[in-house]
Ligand binder design. Structure first.
Ligand code: KDG
Ligand code: MG
Length: 402
C-alpha cells in the first residue's frame, strides 16, 4: 500500500478546525486533527509546504518510521506548529492501520483496559451561585467530575467564564481581546467557590479547577493549601511550566493534586515533572503532542512515576482528536480522566463520529480506526475565519499570562 495524496481541510462550523486527510492507492484513507488554536494556518503551511511532499509513495503502515522521519529527519525539532503537524499525520496513519486491520484503534494499542472513559465537563458562571447552578446541571446529566470556574469580583472578565455555557469558546475575536487580572482578588475568591460547592453537593463528585498559568509557585502553594479542605481532583496549570523545577515549591506546600501539560508538545517538556514526581496528572493530548505515537511514550514514562493521564479536551480539539484520544484512553493503563467540552451540533455534523456519552463516561465505539470521519461537502460550507485567544494584563497595564 502506498500514500498517493495528502491534503488539509479547513472548516469553521462555529470555530476553526484543520484536518489532515491521507489517501492510499487501495482506496483506504485516514484523517487526523491538526488544529492549533489561533495559529491554524501556520500548521497548514508547514504541512502543505514541508511535510506532505515527503509522504507521497511511502507505505502508510510504517507509522514509527514516518514519525521519526518527520521529527528527527527535519533537524528542527519540537514546538507547537511542528508537533501539531506531525500529530495530524500520525493520527491519520493510525486511522488507516485500524481500517486495514478492521480493528478499533484501542485494539492496536493493546486492547481495552476499561469499559468507559471518565470525563469532566465545564461549569462556569459570572458569580458563585451561577456556577453552582451549572454544576447542578452537569450532575443531572450524569457527570462524575466537573471543572468549576467563576468570575472574580472587581475583574470585568476572566478565563473560563463563558458567554455560551455549554460551548465555551475562548478564541472570540479577529484580533486578541484583552482581559485584566488580579492575583489577589482571584486568590481570595476561589476558596469561597469550592466551599459553597462542597456545602451544596457534598463530596460524591470530583471537582476540578484550572488556574490557567496565573500564579507564582509560592502563590500556587498557598492556593493549593487553601483548597485542601475541598478535596479537589486537581488544580490545573497553577504556574507557567517552562520552568519545570517551579513545581517542587508548590509540592512542598500542598497535597492538592497537580495537573499540567495541555500546551506541552513533547516528552522533554514534562520529563522532570514526571521523573521527580512533581505532578499527578499529565494533560498532553494527541493533537498537540505529536500524535498517538508520541503520546504513548509520554504515558509510558508517566506510568513509572505514578503520574496518570488527564488529556486536554477543550472545543478547539476537533472531534477527530477526541475520537483518537478516547481510543487511547480506553487502552492506556495509567488513565486518570479525560476533559470533555461538548462540540456544537454543527461541528458534530461536519465530523460524524462513533463515540458517545453515557452516565459520566465516554465510549470510544468499535468502528475500525478512530471512528471519526469528515463530511467534506458540509465542511466547505463553513470557511475559515481568523480568531484569536485573548491576552491578559495586570491592573497596572503590565502584560501577563493568559
Ligand atoms: O486553546 C486554548 C484552550 O484550549 C484552553 O485555554 C482551554 O485551558 C483550557 C482547558 O483546560 O480546557
Ligand atoms: Mg487548561
Amino acid at each position: 500500500m502506498k500514500i498517493i495524496n495528502c491534503k488539509t481541510i479547513i472548516t469553521c462550523p462555529g470555530r476553526n478546525f484543520v484536518t489532515v486527510k491521507i489517501e492510499t492507492d487501495e482506496g483506504v484513507y485516514g484523517i487526523g486533527d491538526a488544529t492549533l488554536n489561533g495559529r491554524e494556518l501556520a500548521v497548514v503551511a508547514y504541512l502543505e509546504e514541508h511535510l506532505f511532499p515527503c509522504l507521497i509513495g511511502r507505505d502508510p503502515a510504517q507509522i514509527e518510521d514516518i514519525w521519526q522521519y518527520l521529527y528527527r529527519g527535519a533537524y528542527w525539532r519540537r514546538g507547537p506548529v511542528t508537533m501539531t503537524a506531525i500529530a495530524g499525520i500520525d493520527t491519520a496513519l493510525w486511522d488507516i492501520k485500524g481500517k486495514v486491520a478492521g480493528l478499533p484503534l484501542y485494539e492496536l494499542l493493546g486492547g481495552r483496559s476499561r469499559d468507559g472513559v471518565m470525563v469532566y465537563g465545564h461549569a462556569n458562571g459570572v458569580e458563585i451561585e451561577e456556577t453552582v447552578d451549572e454544576v447542578a446541571k452537569y450532575i443531572d446529566l450524569g457527570y462524575k467530575a466537573i471543572r468549576a470556574q467563576c468570575g472574580v469580583p472587581g475583574l470585568p472578565s476572566t478565563y473560563g467564564v463563558a458567554k455560551d455555557k455549554m460551548y465555551y469558546e475562548p478564541a472570540d475575536a479577529e484580533l486578541p481581546s484583552e482581559n485584566v487580572w488580579s492575583t489577589e482578588k482571584y486568590m481570595k475568591h476561589v476558596p469561597q467557590l469550592f466551599e459553597r460547592l462542597r456545602d451544596k453537593f457534598g463530596f460524591d463528585h470530583h471537582l476540578l479547577h484550572d488556574v490557567h498559568h496565573r500564579l507564582t509557585p509560592i502563590q500556587a502553594g498557598r492556593l493549593g493549601k487553601d483548597l485542601e479542605p475541598y478535596r479537589l481532583f486537581w488544580m490545573e496549570d497553577a504556574v507557567p511550566a517552562e520552568n519545570q523545577e517551579s513545581f517542587r515549591l508548590i509540592r512542598q506546600h500542598t497535597t492538592t493534586p497537580l495537573a499540567v501539560g495541555e500546551i506541552f508538545n513533547t516528552i522533554f517538556d514534562c520529563q522532570q515533572l514526571i521523573t521527580e514526581q512533581l505532578i499527578d496528572y499529565i494533560r498532553t493530548t494527541v493533537v498537540h503532542a505529536g500524535g498517538i505515537t508520541h503520546l504513548r511514550r509520554i504515558a509510558n514514562l508517566a506510568d513509572l512515576y505514578h503520574v496518570r493521564t488527564g488529556s486536554h479536551g477543550a472545543t478547539d480539539l476537533s472531534p477527530v482528536c477526541m475520537g483518537a484520544a478516547l481510543h487511547f484512553d480506553t487502552w492506556v493503563p495509567n488513565f486518570g480522566i479525560q476533559e470533555y467540552m461538548r462540540h456544537t451540533p454543527e461541528t458534530d455534523e461536519v465530523f460524524p463520529h462513533d463515540y458517545h456519552f453515557k452516565d459520566g463516561y465516554l465510549h470510544a465505539g468499535s468502528k475500525p480506526g478512530h471512528g471519526v470521519d469528515i463530511d467534506e461537502t458540509l465542511a466547505a460550507r463553513y470557511p475559515y475565519k481568523p480568531a484569536y485567544l485573548p491576552v491578559n494584563r495586570l491592573e497596572d497595564g503590565t502584560m501577563y499570562n493568559w
